[in-house]
Design a binder for this molecule. Structure first.
Ligand code: F6R
Length: 234
């Protein structure tokens, strides 16, 4: 089991390191990349856009997608990914859950099947203020696979900043499960800002509890954590 923790004084250096890790993984032959959305990832996607990396021989899978948003909706994760990365650095194939699917269970199964057919070489992760990874909220089974979730009030609040009002935030999403995420060979978690400190420190301390979904990572054998939070400060 290895969990490598790297703390940075500067976000610029942190994101440069994240870019370096992705380039390294790719140079070592990775072809299937699990991707994340959210504010934390924007500086990384900017660096990827500006880099010489070429994903045209690779496949991507996103962690999650809101239910009910069309791919053209500017807050759908499909739209986000196109704007942040795919339009500039296209993959051979990019998969996201379909937020408009009519049958939620069938859609979750379809996505999980695709994931199982394409082993993830790499998975990028952010972390929610409540410890969620993808949209696996506290209490989610560590054995979970792709499923439909009801988003918790703290997640709706945290994501309201991207919408006109909190009422506009979709109440449900499709998400890879914890088990789907843990199957990835290398996991890179990026956690920045004081609001993430409490949940991140539990992971670093080696706690293992479904109350903090990110602590599932302590049992994975290749996790790298990049953070701008310094030890012992608050
Ligand atoms: C995004 C995702 C979420 C975010 C998390 C942190 O695809 O799965 O788990 O990584 O909510 O979001 P930000 O980076 O906006 O704080």
């Amino acid at each position: 089991m290895t969990m490598q923790i790297e703390r940075f004084e500067s976000k610029e250096v942190l994101y440069t390191r994240a870019l370096e890790i992705i380039k390294q993984v790719k140079a070592q032959g990775a072809t299937t990349f699990g991707l994340a959305t959210g504010g934390t990832m924007e500086p990384l996607y900017e660096k990827l856009r500006q880099s010489d990396i070429d994903f045209s021989d690779a496949i991507s899978f996103n962690l999650d997608e809101y239910v009910g948003l069309d791919v053209q909706h500017d807050q759908s994760y499909n739209y986000y990914m196109h704007k942040q990365l795919f339009d500039c650095k296209p993959f051979k194939m990019s998969y996201l859950p379909n937020g408009l699917a009519e049958n939620a269970e069938a859609e979750a199964n379809r996505y999980e099947q695709l994931l199982q057919q394409h082993e993830l070489d790499f998975q990028l992760l952010g972390i929610g203020v409540n410890g969620h990874i993808a949209f696996n909220e506290p209490g989610t089974s560590f054995a979970s696979e792709t499923h439909l979730v009801d988003l918790q009030p703290s997640t709706l609040e945290a994501n309201a900043r991207f919408f006109d009002s909190i009422e506009d935030v979709p109440k449900q999403a499709y998400t890879m499960g914890i088990q789907s995420i843990l199957r990835a060979k290398v996991i890179l978690l990026i956690a920045t800002g004081e609001k993430k400190r409490a949940v991140l420190e539990q992971v670093i301390a080696g706690e293992y509890t479904e109350n903090n979904p990110a602590t599932a990572l302590v049992k994975h054998n290749n996790v790298i954590i990049l953070t701008d939070l310094q030890e012992g400060e608050n």
